[in-house]
Every structure is written in structure tokens, then in C-alpha cells.
Write a protein that binds this ligand. Sequence first.
Ligand SMILES: C[S@@+](CC[C@H](N)C(=O)[O-])C[C@H]1O[C@@H](n2cnc3c(N)ncnc32)[C@H](O)[C@@H]1O
Length: 204
Amino acid sequence: MTDDTVADAFGFFRAWLKDPLMVAAVAPSGRALASLITSEISDETGPVIELGPGTGVFTRALIARGVRQEDLALVELGSEFAIALQLRYSAARTLWMDAARLCEVELFDGAPAGAVVSGLPLLSMKAGKVLRVLTGAFDKLEPDGAFYQFTYGLRCPVGPPLLAEVGLRAERIGGTLANLPPASVYRLTRLHGDPPAHRLRHVS
Ligand SMILES: C[S@@+](CC[C@H](N)C(=O)[O-])C[C@H]1O[C@@H](n2cnc3c(N)ncnc32)[C@H](O)[C@@H]1O
């Protein structure tokens, strides 16, 4: 463990003590989960929006996959996390705001994003807020763009009624036991056209 990792873990735990519902985990995600949630993203994805980056575990993985900092928008509600992200990833755009207000801001000079990576605690949010997060995120995504969400739960944290309301499908792209606690990642995409057969089912 590097000094930075220890400091991040300590800062994360302190943030959780202050607001357990908002932070929703006692420690940052591990490298295996960061690798899984970014596995379909590359330098060809285009701009990427990250929701709830916390200490930036997924941010680091995105940059390692070739996403330029200039193509990253980091949306974080925790003020201490937002300040640290701004200092660490100064060429990225850090927005200290509620991800449910995404539709109110312009990102990447209006260019659509290729992907959204979310560490948001959707299960501890009210349905209306999750709806606003999803509509705001898909408003910023290109037609084939994907929203990646991890969960510690056994099914997709966005249930079938909400998926149907927004016109989305969800597919589990994998899981990792090498995270505390073990986690799964879901890909949410728009229901449109003739999707490839492997994307037809909703995995719950
Ligand atoms: C479970 S932690 C995940 C942090 C990081 N992505 C990781 O995996 O280690 C949830 C993160 O979402 C942030 N968050 C919670 N609600 C939010 C909201 N409405 N808008 C933006 N960020 C939010 C928290 O401050 C925290 O950084």
C-alpha cells in the first residue's frame, strides 16, 4: 500500500463516518472492481462522465485505459472528495454537485459522452432521484453510450419499472469476489433499434 492509498482509505472512512448514507461504503473500491467497471472503456470511447468518484479509484483506472483527463467530468457531492479530485486530476473537470442535477450543466462543450461510470449509492437513493440521475446521464450520452454501475446487491440496483420508464435495458457484465464486499457491474443502455441477442434480456 502506498502512502496515498492509506491516506485515501482514511479520508474515505472519515467521510463515511460523517455521512454513511451518501458515502455508502467504508472503504474505496478495490483495483479488481475498478478494472471490471472500466473494462469496456478505451481511448476510443470519447468523453467519460464519472458519478461519485470518491477518492478516484475508477478515475485512475479510466486514465490507465487511455481516457485523457481532458475527456473526464468528475461529478462528486462530497466537498472533501471534490477538492482532492480537483487537485489530483487538474486537467479533468471536477463538478462539486449532486449527480441528480446533471441535466442543468453543459459538459465537453456540448459533445456527447461515450460512457458514464457510476459509483453512486443508488440503493440508498429515492426512486425520484435515481430517475433524475438516469435521465440526466442519458441526456449527456451518445445514442449507443453506456452507463456502468456497480452494486454490492444481488440484482441490478435499477429495477425493471424504472428501467422501463427511462427506456433502458440492463445487463450484468461481471462480478468480482476480490472486492470488499464482493460486487457486480451492470451496463445500462437505451432500448432502441434491434439490439444484439446477448443484450435482449434484463438480468436481475
Ligand atoms: C460508494 S462511494 C464510491 C466511491 C468510489 N467510486 C469508489 O468506488 O471507491 C459513493 C460516492 O458517491 C458520492 N455521492 C453520493 N451521492 C452523490 C450524489 N447525489 N451526487 C454525486 N456524488 C454522490 C459519495 O460522496 C461517494 O464519493
